[in-house]
Write a protein that binds this ligand. Structure first.
Ligand SMILES: Nc1ncnc2c1ncn2[C@@H]1O[C@H](COP(=O)(O)OP(=O)(O)OP(=O)(O)O)[C@@H](O)[C@H]1O
Ligand SMILES: [Mg+2]
Length: 428
């Protein structure tokens, strides 16, 4: 349905997606980005935008639900505006991580700061650490982009670099998340960024989250750190730094539009679909590529006597085995034996002094991967369809040009060809 609304200057409201806004008359501001007559903005399902009218404005709003428009008291807390003081006499380059719990407004504040700093003439880069609700790049990636214009949403920021973490949550992959942020910050600084805003994930509770956030702050060594809070829900993350010189700027969180788990999943899935669009099966021999974040392909053939011994102990013929200085790697047929600690330890004691790693053929199916070119730059995502252990070939579903693929980085998430999340696998 279409609704035409007239808004007076300073009137503020939220538009919830799915919706499209067309400006018929006047001007609006979204987090310091001004939009005028004949400009449009599309808001996807699960997203919402706080809008303020600058002048007498007429808007055409196309929406599914009658309650898509909601009046707001303020577009953002007034304290946010005072952050622009931080930009006066700023030593550049400056890194500013923005911390807060889920739906605390981190991405909105990042957008606001990015627009404000851009208008002041800073060369601004944004690093998106949130692998679950990515704004700049694809889900499961840490991404980076430079502000080339003011934006209403960070998805408008052009992607300049990204690093594949391999999961939609950092929880099992803290080290890859930190590596991604470090790489993206380095890339931003190498490209002369004066201000790097780091939009973080809302994972702030529990030991894993504390490890990640402490490590991130230590790695970044920022002079300024922004903590966005409704009350004092992330103070525990700030305590380890209360004797350091970092300037912790505490800001109030606005009342935000909460995204449901389903909507978060939906938003990720449309991005996997986009990444896999026009996909086809490509088969690559392991000799042609290097594999990262998998144990597969790093060793050599197991001697026949040892293979016999493995067969005897397990009571079945493995699909594949390989051995390296630190590991005996065994891929089993599906459901042939129950993999557990006892069987692994028994094999370790009987066969070798190294670790034994057991996995099943099925664990490879549907695993999300990222491809890199010869410069290690990401060139697309794909899904493992089949591993032919005999021929040492992997078949992927992807739209990436096979000729350009020089390296494949394995993830932990499984995704269908239709872009549906199917759960997790283990390190392969
Ligand atoms: N003043 C406001 N009132 C209501 N909703 C708002 C307001 N400002 C922003 N929002 C909306 O609330 C939602 C959550 O805000 P935002 O994405 O900035 O939070 P976040 O902390 O980054 O969330 P996440 O934890 O998912 O990364 C967004 O759709 C945003 O547009
Ligand atoms: Mg966010």
């Amino acid at each position: 349905m279409k609704k035409t609304i007239e808004v007076s200057p300073n009137q503020t409201f939220l538009v919830k997606g799915p919706a499209k806004i067309g400006i018929i008359k006047g001007e609006i501001s979204i987090l310091e980005n001004t939009l005028g007559k004949e400009e449009n903005i599309v808001i996807t399902r699960g997203k919402a935008l706080p809008i303020k009218a600058i002048s007498e404005t007429v808007l055409d709003i196309y929406m599914d639900n009658d309650d898509a428009i909601e009046p707001l008291e303020e577009q953002f807390p007034k304290e946010w505006a005072s952050t622009t003081n931080l930009f006066e006499n700023l030593e550049v380059p400056t890194l500013i991580p923005i911390l807060g719990s889920v739906d605390s407004g981190k991405t909105s504040l990042t957008t606001f700061l990015a627009n404000t700093a851009f208008k002041k003439g800073f060369k601004v880069a944004i690093v998106d650490e949130d692998v679950g609700q990515s704004s700049i790049g694809a889900p499961c990636f840490v991404s980076m982009g430079f502000m080339e214009k003011t934006v209403s949403m960070l998805s408008e920021v052009k992607l300049k670099g990204s690093y594949f973490v391999g999961s939609n949550t950092p929880s099992r992959l803290l080290h890859r998340t930190i590596t991604g942020v470090a790489m993206m910050v380095k890339k931003a600084l190498n490209n002369n960024a004066e201000m790097v805003l780091i939009d973080t994930s809302g994972w702030v509770y529990g030991r894993g989250a504390r490890e990640l956030k402490t490590s991130l702050i230590l790695m970044l060594q920022p002079r300024i750190l922004i903590a966005l809070q409704r009350e004092n829900e992330i103070e525990h993350l700030l305590v380890p730094f209360n004797k350091s010189s970092v300037n912790v700027v505490r800001l109030p969180a606005p009342k935000t539009y909460k995204r449901s788990r389903e909507n978060r999943k939906f938003l990720r899935e449309i991005l996997y679909q986009k990444g896999l669009e026009g996909g086809q099966d490509i088969t690559i021999n392991l000799a042609q590529i290097s594999l990262k974040y998998t144990l597969l392909g790093s060793g050599s053939k197991v001697k026949p006597e040892k293979l016999e011994e493995i067969k005897r102990i397990l009571g079945c013929l493995p699909v594949y085995t390989e051995e390296s200085a630190d590991l005996l790697y065994i891929v089993l047929p599906n459901d042939e034996i129950k993999i557990n600690k006892d069987i692994t330890e028994y094999l370790e004691n009987q066969l070798c002094k190294t670790e034994v790693y057991l996995t099943q053929k099925r664990d490879f199916e549907s695993v999300l991967v990222a491809f890199q070119d010869k410069n290690n730059e990401p060139i697309g995502i794909g899904i493992i369809k089949k591993v032919d252990f005999e021929k040492r070939e992997i078949t992927f579903y992807t739209s990436t040009d096979k000729e350009k693929v020089k390296s494949v980085q394995f993830g932990l998430l499984k995704v269908s060809e239709d872009g549906e999340e199917l759960g997790y696998t283990k390190i392969l």
